[in-house]
Ligand binder design. Structure first.
Ligand code: FAD
Length: 324
């Protein structure tokens, strides 16, 4: 996971990114007492983004706060207005005035390196299943994503997939079969009680991931978090509606009462998040090194051995594969 050091951190507001270019133009990070959290880094405010993210995360943890401050004023009013009008505009929309005071910022998860392995036509190893965008691992990014090429990846691979499908579907439309409805239907029973619980579980999961799988990670904490996640996922499998869904035969469907829809989606969403969090922590635990994304405090250096892909596949032990 790549972290960006400076997302806006304002309660209730979107965590939009404050471009690192502002620090290139003179903006300075500081804590509530005016000290620089990056003073100890070679390069200070201009150190690499993973190092700055770590320095900020450490300062925030040590001081028990959820943000530090970014002072944009050294950039100068004119350059701020002409070079960063979007940042200035969005801050103002949220009631902040970056020309007269510092703005609150914190590191944020920025990009998930890796993903579902695909070939150069976006095809996965499952026939008929394609993956495009951040969810895919096409091989274009290497161990760490360079700035601003992920949107291009979406465009390039969506186009490649479209061309591939146009070629492979020539001569006939894709056969579609309506799913056969299984007996039974999902009702909204229990929805009212589940809703706050689901919200609490989502929030708990977010917190657990930030603590165990944030900018800095440690093997023993990840082992504990993984056990917790697996338990939660297993517990969720016993929820009646999810159990009903999991027992569906391929090609069959289930009637869902209108009122049950939102609750069901929330349950499935949580289930997906738990699976992803488990995969993420499993991979981070397996790879005992740090390579510019998240940082393992118990394995701080990059190791030549780990110039390999991490492979996770259902029914197989996690393993490494050659970089091709
Ligand atoms: C703050 C920030 C700034 C960034 N800035 C840049 C930048 O400047 N340049 C750059 O190249 N990259 C940037 N990136 C990375 C880039 O934005 C992402 O890699 C890119 O948007 C991924 O696009 P996507 O379509 O693959 O995924 P997403 O944009 O995440 O889209 C996935 C969609 O699927 C939907 N979805 C999820 N689950 C389900 C479900 N079960 N059913 C139906 N729908 C579902 C989601 O709601 C979402 O709309 C930035 C990322 C962040 C977080």
């Amino acid at each position: 996971m790549q972290f960006h050091p400076t997302a806006l951190m304002l309660p209730g507001a979107p965590h939009f990114l404050i471009s690192e270019a502002v620090r290139g133009e003179g903006a300075r990070l500081h804590d509530a007492t005016g000290h620089s959290p990056v003073a100890g880094l070679a390069g200070g405010d201009l150190a690499p983004r993973d190092q700055v993210s770590r320095a900020l995360a450490r300062t925030m943890a040590a001081q028990g706060v959820d943000h530090v401050w970014l002072d944009l004023r050294p950039v100068g009013e004119q350059r701020l207005q002409s070079q960063f009008p979007t940042i200035v505009g969005r801050c103002r929309e949220l009631g902040l005035e970056p020309l007269t005071g510092s703005i609150p910022v914190a590191p944020a998860a920025h990009y998930w390196m890796g993903g579902i392995g695909t070939d150069l036509h976006a095809a996965t190893s499952v026939a008929g299943l394609y993956a495009v965008g951040e969810v895919a691992s096409t091989g274009v990014h290497g161990a760490n994503r360079l700035a601003s090429n992920s949107l291009m990846e979406c465009l390039v691979f969506a186009r490649r997939l479209a061309q591939h499908l146009a070629r492979s579907l020539t001569g006939g439309a894709m056969a579609t079969t309506a799913p056969r409805l299984a007996t039974g239907h999902l009702t909204a029973a229990g929805r009212a009680a589940e809703h706050p619980l689901l919200q609490a579980l989502q929030q708990g999961l977010r917190q657990l991931c930030w603590n165990a799988a944030g900018v800095e990670r440690r093997g023993d904490l990840m082992i504990k978090a993984l056990a917790q996640l697996r338990q939660q996922r297993q517990d969720l499998e016993h929820w009646p509606q999810l159990r009903q869904l999991s027992q569906l035969e391929p090609g069959t469907g289930l009637a869902v009462e209108r009122d049950a829809n939102a609750g069901l989606r929330a349950q499935v969403d949580l289930q997906h998040r738990l699976v992803l969090a488990e995969l993420l922590i499993e991979a981070a635990l397996f790879r005992c090194e740090s390579r510019g994304g998240h940082h393992r405090t118990d394995a701080p250096a990059s190791q030549p051995f780990w110039q390999r892909h991490t492979l996770q596949q259902i029914g197989r032990a996690i393993a490494t594969g050659a970089v091709t």
